[in-house]
Design a protein around this ligand. Structure first.
Ligand code: HEM
Length: 127
């Protein structure tokens, strides 16, 4: 059986639309907006690169930025459980908007839940 590569199943166009829909929500979210840059162009570009390799596509994030070390890269930002939840809600809504559905969506979202929890680096009261 041919292994299924999520990146190939979703495709670069839908992945790009997903990331754009996601950062539109981040930019408008009261819990997330304050910790992100005002201009999210570069953030979105890096996230498209990262998710491409996260989903089994070419390693274009690492080629430009080196090892992701995502938890370390997030340490400067106060990521509370409430912010991780907000991040996941933005992603869930973005998946709805671009109509990413079925097992591919469920598997991808489940991985993001685990990764988001892994990024949490401050307790809620420090928000
Ligand atoms: C960068 C917040 C979860 C992937 C960032 C930045 C912030 C942030 C503030 C810096 C943006 C910038 O300076 O351009 C959060 C919060 C999360 C979260 C609040 C909640 C849990 C995640 C998850 C992933 C992820 C789950 C991956 C699946 C990235 C990537 C970058 C980034 C790839 C760019 C890193 C770089 O500078 O090269 N995030 N993040 N983040 N985040 Fe997150």
């Amino acid at each position: 059986r041919k292994p299924i590569i999520p990146y190939e199943e979703i495709g670069p166009d839908k992945l790009s639309q997903l990331v754009d829909a996601f950062y539109e929500r981040v930019a408008a979210h009261p819990k997330l907006k304050p910790i992100f840059p005002d201009d999210l162009t570069e953030t979105a570009r890096k996230q498209k690169q990262f998710l491409t390799q996260y989903l089994g596509g070419p390693n274009i994030y690492s080629q430009e930025h080196g090892h992701p070390m995502l938890r370390a890269r997030h340490m400067p930002f106060p990521i509370t459980p409430a912010r991780a939840q907000a991040w996941l809600e933005c992603m869930h809504e973005a998946m709805d908007e671009v109509e990413l559905e079925g097992k591919i969506r469920d598997d991808f979202y489940h991985r993001l839940v685990l990764t988001a929890h892994h990024m949490t680096n401050r307790p809620d009261q420090e928000e």
